[in-house]
Write a protein that binds this ligand. Structure first.
Ligand code: GLP
Length: 260
């Protein structure tokens, strides 16, 4: 696990944008795993900027999102499809047919989940998977006690997650309690996992992810088993890490190596 601590949230965003740029430059046909939530919004803004300047292109890329609310159409303003259109897809040169999200209105959701797994495999697997993290340590919608080997499936949301995400819904709006999410096993199959977390509200979850026991109680701790997982956090999200000095030292050594 590589732990990158940046002074501010915007520095963390820049670092992640550089990882995306590098990925798309090295492999323009990359398969990108994408995430929703408040955290990636500024990252997507930065990617849009770079795309507009011609510094990076999604023209040959494909994307698969982590999750979607079960029961919401892609045209619903709180659906993750809608979010992705608004926050990224409508502003960059990605081909609409190359963007994939779980279908919240699938007639047979479990059959859809199996098909989603096949589609990822058929595309060659995910090269770079972006993740956020829930305050309870969830990734995608893999709530605590999710199987660490799980695949795309229907998940019931933790009441804590429902409360955390209530800010996106108006009071009289129906907030789904079910989702379709890639499994933890699906996420672990990605070649590179990039987790972005900012703010003090994520400090406990980050501590459990990086320094806690490998446990389904903190789904993100499964990343300890991944060969290339990069955790990018700001100072606030890093506040509860006990080995912070070590992570900073590792990055300082890396800097030296790349300048030789
Ligand atoms: C949702 C999403 C997750 C995301 C999490 C945190 O539950 N399913 O993929 O990581 O929210 O979101 P935020 O970045 O808004 O804290």
């Amino acid at each position: 696990m590589r732990v990158v601590i940046k002074p501010t949230a915007q520095d963390a965003v820049q670092f992640c944008a550089d990882v995306f740029s590098q990925q798309l430059l090295t492999k323009p046909t990359s398969v990108l795993g994408l995430a929703t939530g408040g955290t990636p919004v500024n990252l997507y803004k930065e990617l849009i900027e770079r795309n507009k300047k011609g510094d990076l292109s999604f023209a040959l890329a494909k994307s698969f999102n982590l999750d979607e609310y079960l029961g919401l159409a892609g045209t619903h303003p709180q659906s993750y499809r809608y979010f992705m259109q608004q926050q990224l897809f409508d502003h960059v040169d990605i081909a609409p047919e190359n963007t994939h999200l779980p279908d919240g209105l699938a007639d047979d959701p479990q059959a859809f989940c199996n098909q989603y797994e096949h589609s990822i495999k058929d595309a060659g697997g995910i090269d770079l998977q972006l993740l956020g993290i829930g305050s309870n340590g969830h990734i995608g919608f893999n709530e605590p006690t999710s199987s660490l080997a799980s695949r795309t499936r229907i998940k019931t949301l933790d009441p804590k997650t429902i409360r955390d995400n209530a800010r996106f819904f108006s009071e009289d709006e129906h907030q789904p309690h079910l989702s379709i999410t890639m499994g933890i096993g699906t996420i672990l199959d990605s070649k590179h996992v990039l987790l972005l977390a900012t703010g003090e509200g994520k400090a406990d979850a980050i501590q459990a992810t990086v320094e806690g026991a490998l446990s389904a109680m903190c789904p993100a701790s499964a990343l300890q088993m991944h060969q290339q997982a990069t955790i990018v956090i700001d100072e606030a999200a890093a506040a509860k890490l006990s080995l912070k000095e070590y992570y900073l030292a590792v990055e300082a050594e890396r800097e030296k190596l790349t300048t030789f």
